[in-house]
Design a protein around this ligand. Structure first.
Ligand code: NDP
Length: 274
């Protein structure tokens, strides 16, 4: 017997996934735009990721947000990639239509929208430090590079293949990739935490020598209380801080636009889900 298909079915896949706010956000958008939809949380393990996605498509799924740790696997799955996804080599928005899989990445646009429009922090000519080089950093790097900062240094805990990252982003002269032990001690205007430390119960020692209490501190992670990064920044006298709630809402708004053709108004959504 053929499976009964859901009409307007969307979802988010990740591991862990129970904490995800994406269902609440998309339901708020759908009410605002009067577009009824079902939005599910889907859990997977790496070995069954493709199977879970395939079952969702068979159920009638039209689109899926992808979160940690599956963005690279979603990239591999997508037959058609947007420019943002191609550059990032990571996909956070899958669209299933005409028997094809389309991959997009809205993290970068969401980040830029939040930091520039919601927090008034312009990135051109600024010195920027990013901690962590996982899927999220790959998503935001391209749009940050387009803003032409004077320095963009990315530090990662583990050694990574620097040359492949320089190549991936077309060798901008202001981009420097290093590890947490970097001896360079520039003072930055904007310090971004893009590690998943705290989420995975492993602690990070943030690099004190890069502290500038006048910088703007942006944590991609978000929590109802201060994140470890926020605590570190506050302990060192920082005044200007933000967690990634706004980015979460803005990247979701971009996904919603891809699926439904309309960008919802995002004012007040952050307060409703926090
Ligand atoms: P990934 O798993 O792809 O990458 C994780 C990164 O964190 C790697 O660079 C890893 O370094 C680093 N890391 C993990 N634990 C530690 C530690 N204890 N000390 C130092 N570095 C550590 O995750 P994502 O890039 O997808 O996500 C990163 C964070 O950003 C997550 O918390 C996620 O929730 C958040 N995020 C928020 C979004 C939003 O809308 N606000 C959107 C996307 C992500 P290593 O290579 O050494 O393992």
């Amino acid at each position: 017997m053929a499976m009964k298909k859901n009409k307007n079915l969307f979802g988010v896949i990740g591991n862990p996934i129970s904490h995800s706010k994406s269902p609440e956000i998309h339901i708020l958008f759908s009410k605002q735009k009067n577009i009824p939809l079902i939005y599910k949380r889907l859990s997977a393990e790496r070995p069954n990721f493709f199977e879970v996605v395939n079952n969702f498509i068979l159920e009638g799924g039209k689109g899926m947000n992808v979160t940690l740790p599956f963005k690279e696997m979603a990239y591999d799955l997508s037959a058609n990639l947007s420019n943002e996804a191609k550059i990032a080599k990571a996909v956070n928005t899958l669209t299933f239509k005409n028997n094809q899989i389309y991959g997009d990445n809205t993290d970068g646009v969401g980040f830029i929208y939040d930091i520039e429009k919601n927090y008034n922090q312009l990135l051109s000519d600024k010195k920027i430090l990013i901690l962590g080089l996982g899927g999220a950093t790959r998503g935001i790097l391209g749009p940050i590079i387009d803003k032409k900062p004077s320095l963009l240094r990315v530090l990662n805990r583990s050694e990574i293949n620097k040359v492949s990252i320089y190549k991936q982003y077309n060798f901008p002269e202001f981009l420097e990739i290093d590890n947490f032990k970097s001896l360079n001690d520039d003072k930055y205007d904007l310090i971004i935490n893009a590690t998943s430390a705290g989420k995975n119960s492993s602690l990070v020692k943030f690099p004190d020598k890069h502290m500038n209490k006048n910088a703007f501190f942006y944590d991609l992670s978000y929590d109802s209380k201060d994140t470890e990064f926020m605590l570190w920044a506050k302990k060192n006298g920082a005044q200007k801080l933000a967690q990634g709630w706004g980015m979460l809402v803005e990247q979701a708004a971009e996904s919603f636009k891809i699926w439904h053709g309309e960008r919802p108004i995002t004012n007040n959504i952050r307060e409703e889900i926090q």
